[in-house]
Design a protein around this ligand. Sequence first.
Ligand code: PSV
Ligand code: MN
Ligand code: MN
Length: 430
Amino acid sequence: MSTNLIDAGAIAAHNDTLLSQVGSDYAHLGEQLGRRGIDIERVRARVAAFGVAIPSWGVGTGGTRFARFPGQGEPRHVFDKLQDCAVIQQLARATPTVSLHIPWDRCTDWSELRQTASSHGLAFDAINSNTFSDQKDQAHSYKFGSLSHTDAATRAQAVAHNIDCIEIGRALGSKALTVWVGDGSNFPGQQHFRRAFDRYLDSAQQIYAALPGDWRMMLEHKICEPAFYSTVIQDWGSSFLAAQTLGPKAQCLVDLGHHAPNVNIELIVARLIAAGKLAGFHFNDSKYGDDDLDAGSVSPYRLFLVFNELVAAAHEGVAFDPAYMLDQSHNVTDPIESLMTSAVQVQRSFAQALLVDRAALDAAQDANDAMTATHLLKAAFQTDVTPLLQRVRLEAGGAIDPVAAYRASGYRQRVAVQRPAVAGGSGGIV
Ligand code: PSV
Ligand code: MN
Ligand code: MN
């Protein structure tokens, strides 16, 4: 392990100061849950097995199209990003995988990267392609689209990039390709909707054909931005249509920020599960649009309701295997602190959803007893599972309070010496 990572002795010392407190809080929670017929140990085992991937781009400070205010000691390249991900995993123990974005994470030796990740105890989740921005020396511009572009050579270039991503992913041990395109239009009349979708399908089919047998292709929809009038894969309907046309290895990925305000995302999740097409999630939160705020920071109940659908389906024996990832932009916080907090928030929502009394909820639904049904969900959501999460981290070798342990470690100040500040500039996500 790198010398910059957090000293295990320091984590143990931090934990020692909180150990007896966690012990009695956990016992008390166990007693409360016991009265509700819930075995805390069984819940703990399920939560301990839960993991959410870190997006490599999340460990850099984000920005808006107005400005980016760089943080101290930002990662300079993918190896630095991996190191920051390792710190997150070391302290919070809920993020065993990393999701790369190509070409942002391009490197010259993928096997070295894989070895480095494994030395940090990390593996690679889905690989993300990028045909929404132009790279230096690129032959054809994506200004007017990529997979759905009117020009065949531009589409071919975007297809080739996705196939390249699959090859990189194979070298890293990934098992999925996530495709999000910014394709769309900014003016009524600019684009022929049906033809653009057909062109997208034709390109996506070529990528699908290059997919290894045990891989998934995850199609991520988004209502707007950068195209502000229409997007080619604007919602789960278009995404579903595309996934169904492509075949069984294609599924729909739900980024929580990619819907119109007030859309019932948990209902979309239920539909996709029922159709066998739920690929997974990009977790974040929002107030207005694709704000990329920290998961559960604005609407934790909505996050809980999403997990409620997942837990209910698993409880009913539905076979599905969603991929979980955070997808946030950290503009005013230390990305490591935000990502640890968000991972714990997602883990918390899962734990709370495990507390729903499923038999009682079924009965209330069958009896059309809306009040009892909603109270059952609230009872689970309002249970403070903090001691359970603390205990999960403790058992896994993490920190009881990850942010406090991180701040005390001085990691950011240490890496700041090696990693010079990058000028702000305008716009752009790292
Ligand atoms: C697009 O808004 C998105 O959610 C996609 O997942 C991208 O890959 C990611 O953000 C990073 O910009
Ligand atoms: Mn996303
Ligand atoms: Mn997004």
